[in-house]
Design a protein around this ligand. Sequence first.
Ligand code: HEC
Length: 90
Amino acid sequence: MSLNVSRNRITSLSLIAGMLVPGSAHADAALYKTHCAKCHARAGTLAAGLKGQSDEEKASRLDAFLTTHHAEDAQARAKIVTYLVDLSKK
Ligand code: HEC
């Protein structure tokens, strides 16, 4: 019992640590969560639907769209774009 509790604690701590590392996939996922997830629960679904023939085209279309769609902050937007375009390759 007490073993399970401490194991859970370690898991949550490493999750939080992952979100705090700048530039990591965890941080980008956290940005997605903050800005997008309340309306788009599944990042994978959104990523799969991105329009464009190449990663570059997907990224530039998405970036342009997001300037007026819940990601006005340029830095956050750039990270969210990278995160989703990466996800669309998986
Ligand atoms: C307040 C709710 C809300 C939030 C927050 C939100 N969206 Fe949306 N988004 C929508 C709705 C509703 C649509 C559907 C509009 C449509 O398809 O015309 C949409 C459509 C989209 C589309 C499809 C556009 C297209 O033409 O194919 C993309 C991509 C998208 N959102 C990405 C994001 C991303 C990335 C974020 C976070 C930065 C985000 N959205 C945040 C509500 C939201």
